[in-house]
Design a protein around this ligand. Structure first.
Ligand SMILES: Cc1ncc(COP(=O)(O)O)c(C=O)c1O
Length: 407
């Protein structure tokens, strides 16, 4: 059952939250993207919450929640492997409170260090989030600290809603907003404010195909558990939406769409190359939706929330290499060259003449397919574009070397 009273109280609370959050966060930029608009056929505006304090919007909800607890509890506890951890640690340090963050043992070292740098005590516990969560509740009981939920809490939702007030100050008029959905705190907050102040705005949630818990829950008419698969949008991985977030989303959100891993990776790469901005997978799903062409939004004014920028550098490295390969700027060619001195040199000279920059050479004589007195060679190189790579392959053929371009 939908509670109008809950909706009203979140909208009211979010106005107070805005005053609090303002004091400790940046007003993040909103700007029009000509390149994305051209690619998607609508008018695209990006809200750069990846440039927020701690690297994501999560700090908004954490700040407001911790603010409401000042003077009432000795400290706060949270369970998170990601942005909520940093948000709560930062918020607690702003209000001079102690914080304990329980992270699963496999949490990335960079996230552990970032959380510690905000003054939190980090405890690594359990193989999966659920085990860390259970331990966090125990610690809250043992120490008399308050547990801060990552999304299913009215104060946290009101804090996330401040992004909508800020957006309305920056742009009065837009048609659609694309909101990443994890447990649903962000979309519940954004939808609460926008459907009250600007009900004509279409609110579209985006989930990875690998973790479609809100979509499935809306279909089922109640929150259901969906076992997630691995995804580059790790910030959106939860098994089930919250009860409060589901109630608000099911009444205030217009649609939920899902995007695949390829589209998310492409969006991260595109944002880096064109907009010079680093967005994590969870923050890139809105742009991924636009690039995928899944929605018909011709000429509409669309806002995509770039909700965070905390991406693991090893993941980023893979995305960049893939993006370079897809855009033809990184080529891999394989062929056979006679196995006597000077042949490899001749091959590399052809590549160099066309401004190819060699990254890797694999020279293999053991492959049984290799003709006698030949070596199989794979060369990976940077190249201006695919048509130049084709020219290189043609010229190699004229020189007597048969190579093919690998996909
Ligand atoms: C970068 C980023 N975007 C979006 C979300 C989703 O937020 P929510 O769980 O409130 O739906 C998260 C959650 O951690 C996140 O880290």
């Amino acid at each position: 059952m939908f509670s109008e009273a809950l909706w009203n109280s979140i909208v009211e609370d979010s106005r107070r939250a805005l005053e609090v959050v303002r004091g400790y966060t940046h007003i993040t930029p909103l700007s029009y993207s000509a390149s994305l608009s051209r690619m998607s056929g609508c008018r695209v505006y990006l809200k750069y919450e990846n440039l927020q304090k701690t690297g994501s919007f999560k700090v908004r909800g954490a700040l407001y929640k911790v603010y409401t607890l000042r003077g009432k509890v000795r400290g706060v506890v949270a369970a998170s492997a990601g942005n909520h951890a940093q948000g709560v640690a930062y918020a607690a340090s702003m209000f001079n409170m102690s914080s304990v963050i329980v992270m699963p043992e496999n949490a990335s070292i960079s996230k552990v260090e970032a959380t510690q740098s905000y003054g939190a005590e980090v405890i690594l516990y359990g193989r999966v989030y659920d085990e860390a969560y259970a331990r966090a509740l125990e610690i809250a009981r043992e120490r008399g600290y308050e547990f801060v939920h990552a999304f299913d809490d009215p104060h946290v939702i009101a804090g996330q809603a401040t992004i909508a007030w800020e957006l309305l100050e920056q742009m009065e008029d837009f048609d659609v907003i694309l909101v990443p959905v994890g447990g649903g705190g962000l979309i519940a907050g954004v939808a609460s404010v926008l459907k009250r102040v600007k009900p004509s705005v279409k609110i579209i949630g985006v989930e990875p195909e690998a973790a479609p818990k809100m979509k499935e829950s809306l279909k089922a008419g109640k929150p259901v558990v969906v076992e997630p698969k691995p995804t580059v949008a790790d910030g959106l991985v939860t098994r089930r939406p919250g009860d409060i977030t589901f109630q608000l989303a099911s009444n205030l959100v217009d649609d939920i769409v899902t995007v695949g891993e390829e589209d998310i990776s492409r969006a991260i790469y595109m944002l880096l190359e064109r907009k010079k901005t680093l967005v994590e997978g969870a923050g890139a799903v809105g742009v991924a939706t636009l690039l995928s062409g899944k929605l018909k939004l011709e000429d509409k004014k669309v806002v995509a929330l770039l909700s965070g920028g905390n991406i693991d550098l090893t993941v980023l490295n893979r995305i960049i290499l893939r993006g370079l390969a897809e855009s033809g700027k990184l080529a891999r060619i394989t062929g056979y060259i006679p196995d006597y001195p000077g042949q490899l040199r001749k091959t590399l000279d052809v590549i160099a003449r066309h401004r190819g920059n060699i990254l890797d050479i694999i020279h293999d004589r053991s492959d049984p397919q290799t003709p006698a007195w030949h070596a199989k060679v794979t060369i990976v190189f940077e190249t201006p574009n695919t048509s130049i790579t084709r020219k290189i392959v043609e010229e190699l053929e004229r020189e007597g070397f048969k190579f093919h371009l690998e996909r």
